[in-house]
Structure formats: structure tokens, C-alpha cells
Design a binder for this molecule. Structure first.
Ligand code: ADP
Ligand code: MG
Length: 587
């Protein structure tokens, strides 16, 4: 009857473009990947109006000859796959659909040159048809210009965001690809203005990657992050992970790669969340660059048209390796806090007018530094251990305690600077880590309550909490059922005082009920210990002697994860001498 018709080629391409090309950044991604596949060592990207009116990518790769140029815009034309092997693919492309798809929704012009040819060639495609091929003056590599993206498809144009947002998406794409290719120089301009130029590093060593991370992420990230590496047969992890205190409002700065391919994969992002759980507030995100290398046989990259999701054969293994590797790197680091905070601190210092300090009637306001409440215990007063703690920064990175002020903060000194410690946040962290350790080693000191505390609950809650009785005892919390509607608390962890039991039990119940039968205390340990620490009064606002201050600093140095409190806030801030010099304009 002839109802079934073959779709018109251009229509097929537009449908494919619907999958591959969502926005200008998707075009940038496809073009960059092609340049990388063509062994370019230099790639220049220029966009105007967020890429809506122009996207141009110039590379110095192997190029295409006249014959290749004529077919590269045809559907399923690819030079990257031989025969039928879909498993061992080491290039980015292999479907041969990017160029024809892009050509179907924009105007495209490609100039290219291959070694050995007397001259280059240029092909252009307007309105999805009428290819024109002619000689070009290009003398190296390939230059692709994509203009007026989506102009012929108003429905798609409508969904594009502001030029600024589209530019940001393009920038992210370049960052991602540049991170995994330190041996390629990248340059980027927006509306005629150069945004960055990242020179290639070609030693072939891992330092190349570190230099590239520095180019892309800047100084602050590098000083606030740790290197990670893990290597077992068939699975390798490497990269840099931000300290919990260096956290962001979105997960945008989580750069994940699987076999060098950038991915935005939900399972992997979930693994990061798991790795930073309890170290960072639940609505904040760590900054992470993580390369996962795994045998191609262990995954299927072909599940998503833009290949941004991956499927691992054994995803729970990958997840647990990521969580364990990150957690143990963070725990081993001991004391290191985000450099960002020193910067914030410097910029928050107000420069007072020179006469305001000497003036008799100076207006001492709440924020005025003069108003601080110092307790006098400086090093000149028999500060035992001062020399030792001051001199040996390797062993005592938190230095020698000098003074306490507002009964809340400790100031200490090292050879290279000053440190400000939030005594309360630090103590809360120490308590949490000690409770965790006590639980895991079955060795928690408890204290008997002089007057047992009775808490009224409903029947279901009584039975729920009593079911966890033996687990809670391992944490030092002894709870018994009194009757159907109440429980009694008889002993508490010796580390904690003045616990608000009502609130604590309410929070514990919430946590247990959320997970139902799947609640396993050892897996929720951070969160439960966090609840405990949070509902007790730890040593805040207490006057400390120099010995007690030094003891607290040494305790922090020996406790994993002590650089941030349970909410990802820093427990201390370091001001290097050079920061202080900057503050006084000496640098
Ligand atoms: P794929 O990358 O999946 O092969 P594309 O449509 O992206 O499909 O590209 C089609 C072909 O055009 C590629 O296989 C490659 O041979 C050629 N090509 C595209 N861009 C370039 C470039 N910048 N340099 C050299 N060859 C290129
Ligand atoms: Mg391609």
C-alpha cells in the first residue's frame, strides 16, 4: 500500500541531533572529541553569543583529504571502527553521527588539510543540503565553523538559556576534556575575548596532570585537596579530591572520568556522596577530580547517546573502592584545612582609619577587633613545650598554643604563621571520632546516670529503639524498656555531658525508621555519633589552660578528619606569614 516510507536523510539526522545535540556545549564536545581523536596537540575554541551564532574549533590534527571530507558529513561515516568490534574502542567517536547531526541543525563549514596533499579543501553545508567542495588555503589540521545553531528549529532554540549560561556549559565541556588531556594546549575565546590558554605539558608523567589541574582549578583547589591513588588488578583510581571544607553549593565541580572519558554518572556521584558523608553538610558538594580506569570488558559505554552515563559490570565493587579510597585518604591526612578560609579571613579584616585606634572616644562596636576578650597566657608565662611545638611543624602542624580569647578560640603559632582554632568545632569532631573508634573496637567508657532519665514514647517507638539496644550499648548508651510507653536511660558515653536525651532519642528514631529493616548501625555510625555529639554540651566556652590548649591541638593532630566539624565547617584556619604580610601591604 506504500504507507511505510523511508525517512528523508535530513530528517533522520535531525532526529539523531535531538539525542546528541542538546545545546551549543554539545557541539563543542563533539568537535573537541573529533580533534582529540585526530591526534591534535593544539585546539582553539571560539564562540559568540553563547555558541548560538558561532562555534569554531581549530586543531592541528591529522586532517581529512578531499575524499574524506566529502563523506564525513554522511550518516554513519566514521574512520574509527574497523569491522564489528564494539568492545575495544579507544577513541571518543565511533558512531559517525556527530557531523551529519550538527549539519542538519546548523550551517557548517569544514576546512581541512592532510600532509602530502598540495592544498587543503573546504566543504560547506547550508540548510542541511547543497554541499559545496572547493580548495582552501588552510595549511594544517582542521577548522570547523558551526553557525546559527537551531535557527531552523525554533522549538529547540526556545529551550536555550542565556548566553552567559550557555557559555558556562561550553566552558565546562572544555575543562573536562582539557583535564584528561594535559598533552594538548587549549585556548578559548568568547565574543572575541580570550578567556584562557592552557599550554600543554608533555613530560608524559603524572605531574603533567597536576599542572593541568592547577591551570584549570587554580591555586586554592590545589592547596585544599589531596592526591588519591588506588591500583588493583583491573581497576585504578587517580586524581585529586577536595578537603571537606572546600565544598560547593552544586555538584558541578565533580570531574569524573571513566577510561579518560568524561562522565556525569549518577552511581559515581552517589559514591562521592557516600565518601564525604558525615564530613560535609548534606546540601553541600565536594570538589573532586577522579579518573577511573577499568578494563573495557568491565563496562558498557554505549548505554547513552552522548556516552555520559556508564554501566559497570560490577558497580558495587567500583562504588565501594571509591568510597574506601576517598575516606581513607581524608582520614590519613590529619590536619589540613582549606586555604580558601585564610583568604576569606583576610578579606574580612577591616582596615581601620589610622586615627580611630588612638582616638580616646573611639566607638568600640561589636565587630571592632579591640573588643575581643583575651585571656593572658602568652608564651612568656611558662609555656611548657612551646619550643618543641613551635619548631617541628612536621610533627606538630597546629603549633604551640599562645592564647585563648572569648573562651571559644585558641590562637597558636608555628614557625610559618598563626593558627586560629574553633575550640568547640574541634572538640565536637574529636568526640565523634573517638566514639566511632570506641564502637569499632568495642571499648567505650560509660558513666552511670545518678538519676535515670525516663522518656515517654509511643509503643512502636519503644519497640524500635529497644531493638537497637545492644548496638546502642556499644556506643555507651544504655536504654531499657520501662513499659509499653516509655524507656529509661541508665548510662551514657563518658565522653559526653549534659545530653538532651529527648531530642537525641527522637533523632535516633528518625534515623532508624528511615532505613527500616535495613538500618545497620555500623553503616550509619557517623550520623548517629554526630547526633550524640550534637545533643550534648561539649567543651564550648570553657576557659582552658595552656596545657589544655596544647593537649587539644595534639589530639586534633592525631585524629582522622579533624580539620572539619561534622558539618564541613573548618575547625581551624591558618594564616601564613605571607598572608599576614599581604594584609599589611608588605607584599
Ligand atoms: P565519529 O567521530 O563518530 O567517527 P563524526 O561525525 O564525529 O563521527 O566524524 C566523522 C568522521 O570525520 C570521523 O570519523 C573522522 O574521520 C572525521 N573527522 C571529524 N572531525 C575531524 C577532525 N577535526 N580532524 C580529522 N578528522 C575529522
Ligand atoms: Mg565524533
Amino acid at each position: 500500500m506504500g504507507i511505510i516510507k523511508k525517512l528523508d536523510d535530513n530528517l533522520v539526522n535531525q532526529i539523531a541531533a535531538g539525542e546528541v545535540v542538546e545545546r551549543p556545549a554539545s557541539v563543542v564536545k563533539e568537535l573537541l572529541e573529533n580533534s582529540i581523536d585526530a591526534s591534535a596537540s593544539y585546539i582553539e575554541v571560539a564562540i559568540t553569543e553563547g555558541g548560538k551564532s558561532l562555534i569554531e574549533v581549530v586543531d592541528n590534527g591529522v586532517g581529512m583529504d578531499k575524499e574524506d571530507l566529502m563523506v564525513c558529513l554522511d550518516r554513519h561515516a566514521t574512520s574509527k571502527i574497523s569491522g564489528k568490534d564494539l568492545v575495544n574502542i579507544n577513541t571518543f567517536g565511533f558512531r559517525g553521527e556527530a557531523l551529519p547531526s550538527i549539519g542538519s541543525i546548523s550551517d557548517i563549514k569544514i576546512d581541512s588539510f592532510t600532509k602530502g596533499d598540495p592544498n587543503g579543501w573546504s566543504i560547506s553545508l547550508k540548510n542541511g543540503n547543497a554541499e559545496v567542495i572547493e580548495p582552501s588555503s588552510i595549511r594544517s589540521g582542521t577548522k570547523i565553523r558551526v553557525t546559527d545553531l537551531f535557527d531552523r528549529i525554533p522549538a529547540r532554540l526556545k529551550f536555550l538559556k542565556t548566553n552567559g549560561t550557555e557559555t558556562r556549559h561550553c566552558t565546562e565541556v572544555i575543562k573536562f576534556l582539557a583535564m584528561s588531556h594535559p598533552d594538548i594546549s587549549f585556548s578559548f575565546s568568547v565574543d572575541g575575548n580570550k578567556k584562557f590558554y592552557w599550554e600543554k605539558n608533555e613530560s608524559g608523567l603524572s605531574e603533567d596532570f597536576e599542572k593541568r589541574f592547577l591551570q584549570i582549578m587554580g591555586d586554592n583547589f590545589i592547596t585544599s585537596s589531596l592526591k588519591v591513588s588506588y591500583r588493583r588488578e583491573g581497576l585504578e583510581l587517580s586524581g585529586m579530591i577536595g578537603m571537606p571544607t572546600y565544598n560547593k553549593a552544586t555538584g558541578r565541580e565533580q570531574y569524573l572520568f571513566v577510561n579518560k572519558r568524561p562522565v556525569k554518572d549518577r552511581m559515581l556521584m552517589g559514591a562521592l556522596r557516600g565518601a564525604y558523608k558525615g564530613l560535609i553538610s548534606h546540601d553541600r558538594f565536594p570538589v573532586v577530580i577522579l579518573f577511573i580506569n577499568i578494563s573495557p570488558l568491565e563496562l558498557d559505554v554505549n548505554v547513552h547517546p552522548t556516552k555520559s552515563e556508564v554501566r559497570f559490570r560490577n558497580s558495587s565493587l567500583v562504588r565501594s573502592v571509591i568510597v574506601k579510597t576517598i575516606r581513607s585518604s581524608l582520614a590519613n591526612e590529619g590536619v589540613k584545612t582549606s586555604a580558601e578560609f585564610a583568604d576569606k579571613m583576610i578579606s574580612s579584616f577591616k582596615v581601620l582609619p589610622t586615627n580611630s585606634i588612638s582616638s580616646q572616644n573611639s566607638n568600640v562596636t561589636e565587630n571592632n577587633p579591640i573588643d575581643m576578650n583575651f585571656s593572658p597566657s602568652s608564651k612568656s608565662f611558662n609555656n611548657e613545650g612551646f619550643e618543641k611545638f613551635f619548631d617541628d611543624e612536621d610533627h606538630f602542624p597546629l603549633g604551640a598554643a599562645l592564647v585563648q580569647f572569648n573562651d571559644t578560640y585558641i590562637i597558636s603559632e608555628t614557625k610559618n604563621g598563626l593558627i586560629l582554632i574553633d575550640q568547640h568545632a574541634a572538640h565536637e569532631r574529636l568526640v565523634l571520632e573517638k566514639m566511632r573508634k570506641g564502637f569499632l573496637s568495642n571499648n567505650v567508657k560509660t558513666q552511670i546516670l545518678l538519676i535515670p532519665e525516663i522518656i515517654n514514647l509511643n509503643e512502636e517507638h519503644v519497640s524500635t529503639i529497644v531493638m537497637q539496644k545492644s548496638n546502642l550499648e556499644r556506643l555507651g548508651l544504655f536504654i531499657e524498656e520501662l513499659d509499653k510507653g516509655s524507656v529509661v536511660v541508665r548510662e551514657h558515653p563518658a565522653l559526653l555531658n549534659n545530653i538532651d536525651y529527648k531530642k537525641l532519642i527522637k533523632d535516633l528514631l528518625e534515623e532508624i525508621l528511615e532505613f527500616g529493616n535495613e538500618f545497620v548501625l555500623s553503616e550509619r555510625l557517623d550520623s548517629v555519633c554526630g547526633n550524640l555529639a550534637c545533643h550534648s554540651s561539649v567543651r564550648a566556652g570553657r576557659r582552658l589552660s595552656i596545657e589544655e590548649m596544647n593537649a587539644l591541638l595534639r589530639d586534633m593532630e592525631n585524629t582522622p578528619n579533624s580539620s572539619q566539624c561534622n558539618h564541613g565547617r573548618p575547625t581551624f584556619i591558618k594564616l601564613a606569614i605571607k598572608d599576614i604580610e599581604r594584609l599589611f601591604g608588605r607584599r
